[in-house]
Design a protein around this ligand. Structure first.
Ligand SMILES: [Zn+2]
Ligand SMILES: [Zn+2]
Length: 353
């Protein structure tokens, strides 16, 4: 099969012929119909993560946002069959550790990061292997269009888990979203569908226009105001109830914490770059004084995909509206390069392999 392989950090991915994956007894093989191109791929491609011992080794097939149809099933798999359309998280659990047993497969003690490690080769390829498929793969209802599944990726699911489960967004809340790439725009659409008023923040006009289309009540050009937190406080009569940093730079993280009202919740979903190396200074005395919550959120456990899929099936969420570009496998490197200068907007998919 054809696959796009990381050979050298920062150099174009090598599109190569590689052996088809075989299913483990507990795994399935999925024929990939689409795979999102995500900033996490960009981090891996750039060789980031050394500071957290999280660097992706050369030889890796990248791609962790697959949508596709099961074509081969391991002997021990019961709940997934050939022909099923499946949604698959990037943070795969092994299904039996204490976290998995409690439904938190996204933080499995012994899990795999699809597309980021040798034992879990990714989906910038014609086929991808999904281990522990009974635990990890969710069969998608017919009412959910394939384009929507493809657009779920890690970003949409990550934003859903961060806002609906971790930060517990409620109707009538004000939610600020810092950084309107694919993850941020997903957050805008989801928070709006959950009944919140959304303030979208970015330095670029185009993603803010998209944010308005998918539900933002207010937008802030962060390069055109003196203070992003003060601007948000004025727009929301005192600050956001929930604020999400979808970018992962020191400035966006700090703005997100600073724009909260008393008892607000900051949720961090963007990973930092080599400028921050995982460390951002935060106002801990203010966090303490005002009962502020600072939350981390990673992906979404497979145990909660059905909630998201029901909201898509009933047309309350439309992830496919965030798709801005469809490319073939050979063009992935160009799209990753475009992320370096923040030239992409919305969710871009590989749809030709
Ligand atoms: Zn586990
Ligand atoms: Zn992703």
């Amino acid at each position: 099969m054809r696959a796009a392989v990381l050979r050298e950090y920062g150099e174009p991915l090598a599109v190569e012929e590689v052996p088809d994956p075989e299913p483990d007894p507990h795994g399935v093989v999925v024929s990939v119909e689409a795979c999102g191109i995500c900033r996490s791929d960009w981090h891996a491609w750039k060789g980031h993560g050394e500071w957290a011992d999280d660097r992706v080794d050369p030889g890796q097939i990248l791609g962790h946002e697959p949508a596709g149809t099961v074509v081969e099933v391991g002997d021990d798999v019961d709940g997934v069959a050939v022909g099923d359309r499946v949604a698959v998280p990037f943070n795969l659990g092994e299904g039996s550790c204490p976290q998995c047993r409690r439904g938190h497969g996204n933080v499995c003690d012994d899990g795999y990061a699809l597309g980021f490690e040798h034992d879990a080769q990714g989906a910038f390829a014609e086929r991808v292997h999904v281990p522990h498929a009974d635990f990890n793969a969710t069969v998608v209802p017919d009412a959910v269009p394939m384009e929507a599944v493809a657009a779920l990726g890690c970003r949409y699911a990550t934003a859903f888990h961060a806002l609906a489960h971790r930060a517990d967004v409620a109707g009538g809340d004000w939610v600020a979203v810092h950084g309107c790439g694919g993850l941020g725009l997903a957050g805008v659409q989801i928070a709006s569908a959950l009944g919140a008023g959304v303030v979208a923040v970015d330095v670029r006009e185009e993603p803010l226009a998209l944010a308005e289309q998918v539900g933002a009540a207010e937008t802030v050009r962060s390069d055109r105001v003196d203070s992003v937190p003060e601007t948000i406080a004025a727009l929301t009569d005192g600050g956001a109830h929930v604020s999400m940093d979808a970018l992962g730079r020191a400035e966006t993280c700090r703005n997100s914490v600073d724009c909260l009202r008393t008892r607000g919740s900051h949720v961090q979903v963007g990973l930092t770059t080599d400028a921050e190396k995982g460390e951002v200074a935060l106002p801990v005395d203010e966090i303490t004084r005002w009962d502020v919550s600072v939350l981390g959120s990673r992906g979404m456990p497979p145990s909660r995909y059905d909630e998201l899929l029901r909201m898509i099936a009933s047309d309350q969420l439309r992830p496919e509206e965030l798709v801005t570009e469809r490319v073939d496998l050979g063009a992935v490197s160009d799209r990753l390069a475009a992320m370096t200068d923040y030239e992409t907007s919305g969710i871009e998919l590989v749809t030709e392999f």
